[in-house]
Design a protein around this ligand. Structure first.
Ligand code: ADP
Ligand code: MG
Length: 257
């Protein structure tokens, strides 16, 4: 696989955080290749390094070592300013917290990334498409506090997509949603991969969310310990059982001989 032709290709990436007098290896020589239109879910317990991995791919933090290629360009070689511009153009980010600006309407929130990029004209059509696809037509003039949790998350997703990024990164995006809204958001992410050819990387610890992906990578203590396709699982319970068996069967690296 040529890293220059993949949307995301990271090689032997490590990231260590200092915690008081000690430190934690959030990621330990992690490698990951993602092809165009893939929908990959990274599963792992709390503290396994999922958010750190997404932040690195988004260029929000830098690794201690290793390379991170996004759409053929090495993020670790860019200046901070160039990396920010690059992120706005290529990556849509969806977080658990909606992070909408409370004083702006839904429309203003959604259009914010396009405004900061001077792309208001170019995104007009994609804005209208997104609003109708996400069922936000009637809510577009409302401020976040007048919207339900599901509507706020859909507005946050529209904001992430308005610049038509080729890559969407989602960090526990259903964590603040009820199960119906959560499943609707998962369905939308799947459609973005199946119908629009967007590349999706989602991190979650929930099997009912992960099953919407095509492929699952299992992260434990900052390392990938296994990966499998979701197609052979008929429901999230059987996927959960398989995931549990993987996580429990691996001896922690500290005590492995
Ligand atoms: P996850 O998203 O899977 O819960 P994280 O990537 O947030 O895991 O964290 C992985 C490990 O790195 C955890 O032990 C966490 O405490 C630590 N960590 C993450 N970010 C920081 C930080 N900014 N400073 C110190 N430690 C951090
Ligand atoms: Mg996290």
């Amino acid at each position: 696989m040529d890293k220059n032709e993949l949307p995301v290709s990271i090689e032997k990436v490590s990231k260590r955080f200092r915690q008081g007098a000690s430190y934690v290896d959030a990621l330990n020589e992690v490698s990951l290749n993602v092809s165009k239109g893939d929908f990959t879910a990274v599963m792992g317990a709390s503290g396994s390094g999922k958010s750190t991995l997404l932040h690195l791919i988004a260029g929000l933090t830098s690794p201690d070592s290793g390379s991170i290629y996004v759409n053929g360009e090495d993020l670790t070689k860019m200046s901070d300013k160039r990396r920010t511009m690059f992120r706005r153009r290529h990556i849509g980010l969806v977080f658990q917290a909606f992070n909408l600006i409370p004083t702006l309407t839904a429309e203003e929130n959604i259009l914010l990334p396009a405004m900061s990029d001077g792309r208001m004209k170019e995104v007009k059509l994609s804005f209208l498409n997104l609003v109708s696809r996400l069922g936000l037509e009637k809510r577009i003039g409302h401020r976040p506090d007048a919207m339900s949790g599901g509507e706020q998350q859909r507005a946050a997703v529209a904001r992430a997509l308005v610049n038509q990024p080729s890559i969407v990164l989602a960090d526990e995006p259903t964590g603040s949603l009820d199960s119906v809204n959560g499943q609707n958001l998962c369905k939308l992410l799947r459609e973005l991969s199946d119908n629009d050819g967007r590349t999706i990387i989602l991190v979650t610890h929930e099997p009912s969310v992960a099953i919407w992906a095509k492929k699952i990578m299992v992260l434990k203590d900052g390392r990938f310990i296994d990966s499998f396709d979701t197609v052979k699982f008929k429901d999230s319970h059987s996927l959960a059982a398989h995931y549990q068996s993987i996580v429990e069967s691996r001896i922690p690296t500290e005590i492995a001989v």
